[in-house]
Write a protein that binds this ligand. Structure first.
Ligand code: DX5
Ligand code: ZN
Length: 219
């Protein structure tokens, strides 16, 4: 796919002034707003859910990209949609009836994605391509921002690109993406880059603009 989409993760924003950071990151050139929902079960960390998402929704018109790191994604899908998300990504490891869940997400009017942990195989995705708008390759073990990129993710991105071929499915990479890693994952076939710590360093719009622009550079 052609244009690179930059999706800043607000996990690295200032939660004390989250609405303002969402507004700033939007104005700084974010394409999507990446929302890391964590439940303290699937991952050893807790973040936020539908009420917080609803409260920040007015501060950006960009697509809200919800990455559900929860053991029971099926339970609250309607609530995420009501809160204003546009894309819902569930984890392959905890979604037993993926085909059904992806269809439900689309029926609710959202784009549907599946996320794959570093230790999870791509097996089975070949049967789901018609129901997928996005495949998220986790390039760290999910739960925390600021971790180092796991290098084997590059081979996985290449494999997903081969699987997806020219189908209109976004290939998203999440975890440890910075301006050194970005050209490598783009070259391997990714078109959506999530970044938290690399974007939310500094606390003004100029820093955010510069950080976002540095991830777009292709080699
Ligand atoms: C990790 C989250 C990521 C994370 C990325 O569980 O899904 O979105 O916030 O943060 P960085 O870019 O700092 O690795
Ligand atoms: Zn994420």
């Amino acid at each position: 796919m052609e244009e690179v989409i930059i999706a800043p993760s607000i996990l690295s924003a200032d939660f004390g002034s989250l609405a303002n950071d969402v507004k700033l990151i939007d104005e700084a050139g974010a394409d999507w707003i990446h929302l890391d929902v964590m439940d303290g079960h699937f991952v050893p960390n807790l973040t936020f859910g539908p009420p917080i998402i609803k409260s920040i929704r007015p501060y950006s018109k960009k697509p809200f990209d919800a990455h559900l790191m929860v053991t029971n994604p099926d339970d609250l899908l309607e609530e995420y949609v009501a809160a204003g998300v546009d894309i819902i990504t569930v984890h392959k490891e905890v979604t037993p009836h993926l085909d059904r869940t992806l269809a439900r997400i689309r029926n609710l009017g959202c784009k549907a994605g599946v996320s794959i942990n570093p230790g999870t195989s791509l097996s089975g995705l070949e049967f789901l391509l018609e129901k997928l708008d996005l495949i998220l390759i986790m390039s760290v073990n999910p739960g925390f921002g600021g971790q180092s990129f796991i290098n084997s993710s590059i081979d996985k991105i290449t494999a997903v690109r081969d699987l997806v071929s020219c189908k209109p499915i976004n290939i998203q990479v999440d975890g440890g993406v910075n301006n050194v890693i970005a050209p490598q994952v783009i070259k391997a076939g990714a078109n959506v880059l999530v970044a938290g710590s690399a974007i939310f360093s500094g606390s003004d719009i100029e820093s955010y603009q510069k950080n976002i622009a540095s991830l777009r550079c292709k080699t």
